[in-house]
Ligand binder design. Structure first.
Ligand code: UD1
Length: 387
């Protein structure tokens, strides 16, 4: 580490839930690989804790063990957010970092930002400015509030700066750097696990995805799709329709599985055509996305990964905070509109569907751009203190 790097102190990187890990891993790698860059520490809030939701992804992404784990676990939004804040405060007090880096839009992102801002520690937000304009989504509240209180905002697509400008954020704080998730995708794609191996390791027949046979991939976990019996039954009816045309593989989020059980909806699932798996690792998920004929999802990250890989994506939401995936990529917003889904699936199976193109700066180098910018930003701050 250079003398300059030493004067920059340490950057405290925070992760909490599954979609954070693939965003933070390449950034930490870029910072640790650059001798001029400041030291990093990794704090995990423990919002996600199951082996399947957590440890496997850490291993797949070669994200070393966190320096600190706050072990907060589950709870209501208020409990979870409050508990993260309570446990993060002494950590930041003890470490006095030069800045805190948060990613994405989960409860951990907002909770740690709130603690940092009140301690006068600068906050850096990676994946800033995305807006669904749907304030019933907990993630939208987390995005809006985090961006208001952070000092440096790195964006993944150009629409984000327009959103931030409208919200009164000073544009000199905003930097379009591209998409760190695509950095992870590029690095990991050669190691993606083939779908046949994913099925086999779950004790299932590999015939489903044998040579030439097609399948679709499903992921659903948003409260708007899975928390109410009616909405979840509607989603399952749509998946039932599609599965009659194309077998579907569904790594199930624990929240979704629990609700299917609670509402007694397993009877709507034909297990031979709609194959439920436990949550999968990152390399398994990439393998499934890459080889799928189509993906049906409500995940933010998978909308981006399908666009980067050119795989048709039907998003079971009315809106998206990632409009570039619709404007330029392979994404179509289908909500829970049964006839629309049927039409889109028919078109894709007939060889049609959106081809799309890879958006600007989704080139696998976003983390390096962030590491360079962050290092010089911190150096300017240090200079101004000693000036
Ligand atoms: C969180 C994020 C969401 C992200 C998603 C990806 C918020 C508001 N939401 O939603 O943006 O897309 O992660 O997964 O932060 N659970 C387990 N095991 C775990 C983690 C959770 O069983 O390892 C259960 C919990 O008991 C809880 C449910 O899953 O009932 C939801 O977990 P939670 O962290 O509250 O939110 P997610 O729905 O995962």
């Amino acid at each position: 580490m250079s003398d300059l790097a030493k004067t920059l102190g340490s950057v405290m990187c925070v992760v909490g839930a599954r979609p954070n890990y693939m965003k933070m891993a390449p950034l930490i790698r870029a910072l640790r690989g650059d001798p001029a860059a400041p030291r990093t520490t990794l704090v995990h809030t423990g919002q996600h804790y199951d082996v399947a939701m957590n440890d496997r992804l850490f291993a797949d992404l070669k994200l070393g063990a966190p320096d600190v784990n706050l072990d907060v676990g589950s709870g209501t939004h208020a409990q979870q957010t409050a508990e993260i804040m309570r446990r993060f405060e002494p950590v930041i007090d003890a470490a006095s970092p030069s800045c805190v880096v948060v990613v994405g839009d989960v409860n951990s992102t907002l909770a740690c930002s709130l603690v940092a801002v009140k301690k006068g520690v600068p906050i850096v937000h990676v994946e800033a400015g995305l807006r669904s304009f749907d304030r019933t989504m907990p993630e939208e509240i987390n995005r809006l509030l985090t961006d208001q209180i952070c000092d440096v905002l790195y964006t993944t697509e150009r629409s984000a700066a327009d959103n931030l400008r409208r919200e009164g954020i000073r544009m000199e704080r905003v930097h379009f750097v591209g998409n760190v998730m695509i950095d992870s995708l590029r690095v990991s794609l050669p190691h993606a696990v083939p779908p046949r191996a994913v099925l086999a390791s779950n004790g299932l027949s590999t015939a489903l995805v044998g040579e030439g046979s097609r399948f679709g991939l499903v992921t659903l976990h948003r409260p708007s799709n899975v928390d109410e019996q009616g909405s979840l039954a509607e989603a399952l009816a749509i998946l039932g329709d599609v599965s009659r045309e194309l077998p579907l593989v569904w790594p199930m989020h624990p929240r979704t599985r629990a609700n299917i059980e609670r509402f007694g909806l397993w009877r709507l699932i034909d297990a031979k055509r709609l194959i439920a798996l436990p949550p999968q690792g990152y390399l398994e998920t990439l393998g499934l996305i890459k080889d799928a004929t189509l993906v049906i999802t409500d995940s933010g990250g998978i909308q981006e990964e399908t666009t980067a890989l050119g795989v048709p994506c039907l998003t079971m939401r009315e809106n998206t905070e990632r409009p570039v995936t619709v404007d330029e990529g392979t994404n179509v917003l289908v909500g829970r509109k049964r006839p629309l889904v049927r039409r889109c699936v028919e078109e894709i199976l007939a060889g049609g569907g959106k081809r799309g193109r890879v958006p600007e700066l989704w080139d696998g180098h976003a983390s390096e751009r962030i590491a360079n910018h962050l290092t010089s930003w911190l150096a300017r701050r240090v200079e101004s203190v000693y000036a």
